[in-house]
Design a protein around this ligand. Structure first.
Ligand code: MN
Length: 291
C-alpha cells in the first residue's frame, strides 16, 4: 500500500491518482494529530482487516485535490547512516568540504549512526527553506528511508525485515563549511525542512528488494545523483541490527540509510526533484527561510 497523510492529518490509501480516506480505522483520540500515522503503524497487524473492509466504502478524492503532509511527521527517533556508498566517500575525500574529522568518512559498520533532530522533517508540499548563513553551502543527499513497524531490540540482521513497516524517499539536507570551522553534524543536518520525506509511505510488501532500488536526484533539470541501493556499503539489515543493539527501535522510528555520490549545492530558486524506484517522486522548491 501507498499510505498518504493529507489535509488535517487524514490517512489515505493511494491508488493511481486517487486517495481513499481510511482515517476512521484508527482510534479517534488520535484524529487531527500527526500521531495518527504512528498509531496506524503500531497497530497495523490488528488493523489490516478493518482497513481492508474500510477501503471498500471509503470516501475517495483526487490526489490533486488534497494537500500532502509528510507521511510520518513525528518519527519517534530519526537515525541516519554516515557515508555509506564508496563513491560518496571518495568524492568527500577530495571535496573542498572535506570533513575535518577522519572519522566522518569511516563506514557505519565502524562508527555507527548519527541523530538528526526529528523537527527537521518536512513533506511533499513544503519548500526547502535555506537559512541566511553567508559563507555556507547547502547540499542535497537523496536516501532510502526505512520506517520501523515492530519493536526491535537486539535483533540479528536476518530478522530485520520482520520489523520494517515500509519505505520513504528521504532527503538528508546538509550545511557544509570549508576549513576547520565546521559545526557539529547534528546541527548541520537539523535545520527545519532539512529532512523532506514522502510523497507516500510505501509498505514493505510492495518493495520486492529494498537492496536493489534505483535512486535519482535532479536540481532543476540537471541529474546530480544516480545510484542503486545495491551499492550500500552496510546494508539495511546490518544497519538496523546495529542500531537495535544500541537503543530499542519502535514503530514509527525512521532510519536514513546514507547518500550515494553526486552531492552538491542547492540555492534559493532551485527545484530539487528526487525519485526512488517504486516509491514515487518528491519535487520541492528551494526558498529563503522567512524567519
Ligand atoms: Mn546523509
Amino acid at each position: 500500500m501507498r499510505i498518504a497523510l493529507f489535509d488535517h492529518y487524514r490517512i489515505g490509501i493511494v491508488d493511481g491518482t486517487s486517495v481513499a480516506d481510511i482515517t476512521d480505522v484508527v482510534d479517534s483520540r488520535w484524529h487531527g494529530t500527526p500521531y495518527v500515522i504512528n498509531e496506524l503503524i503500531e497497530h497495523f497487524d490488528e488493523l489490516r482487516e478493518p482497513l481492508r473492509a474500510a477501503l471498500a466504502s471509503a470516501p475517495t478524492q483526487a490526489l490533486a485535490d488534497v494537500t500532502l503532509l509528510p507521511p510520518l511527521p513525528r518519527p519517534g527517533q530519526l537515525l541516519a547512516a554516515p557515508a555509506n556508498y564508496h563513491a560518496h566517500v571518495a568524492e568527500m575525500t577530495t571535496s573542498r568540504y572535506r570533513p575535518t574529522s577522519e572519522q566522518a568518512l569511516r563506514s557505519p559498520r565502524e562508527v555507527g549512526f548519527f541523530v538528526k533532530a526529528a523537527g527537521s522533517i518536512s513533506g511533499p508540499a513544503d519548500p526547502i527553506e535555506l537559512p541566511a548563513l553567508p559563507g555556507r553551502a547547502f547540499h542535497h543527499e537523496v536516501e532510502l528511508g526505512v520506517v520501523i513497524g515492530r519493536t526491535a531490540r537486539g535483533i540479528p540482521a536476518e530478522q530485520v525485515a520482520d520489523h520494517i513497516f515500509g519505505y520513504v524517499i528521504l532527503l538528508d539536507l546538509t550545511l557544509r563549511t570549508e576549513g576547520v570551522r565546521q559545526e557539529e553534524r547534528t546541527l548541520r543536518k537539523s535545520f527545519e525542512t532539512f529532512t523532506p520525506i514522502g510523497p507516500f509511505l510505501v509498505t514493505a510488501d510492495e518493495v520486492a528488494d529494498p537492496g536493489n532500488l534505483g535512486l535519482r536526484l535532479w536540481v532543476n533539470d540537471e541529474l546530480r545523483q544516480q545510484a542503486n541501493t545495491r551499492d550500500l556499503i552496510v546494508g539495511i539489515g546490518e544497519l538496523i541490527e546495529q542500531a537495535s543493539n544500541v537503543v530499542t527501535l519502535r514503530p514509527g522510528d525512521l532510519y536514513a540509510t546514507g547518500t550515494p555520490e553526486g552531492v552538491g549545492p542547492i540555492e534559493v530558486g532551485d527545484v530539487v526533484r528526487a525519485e526512488i524506484d517504486g516509491l514515487g517522486e518528491l519535487s520541492l522548491p528551494v526558498v529563503e527561510r522567512g524567519w
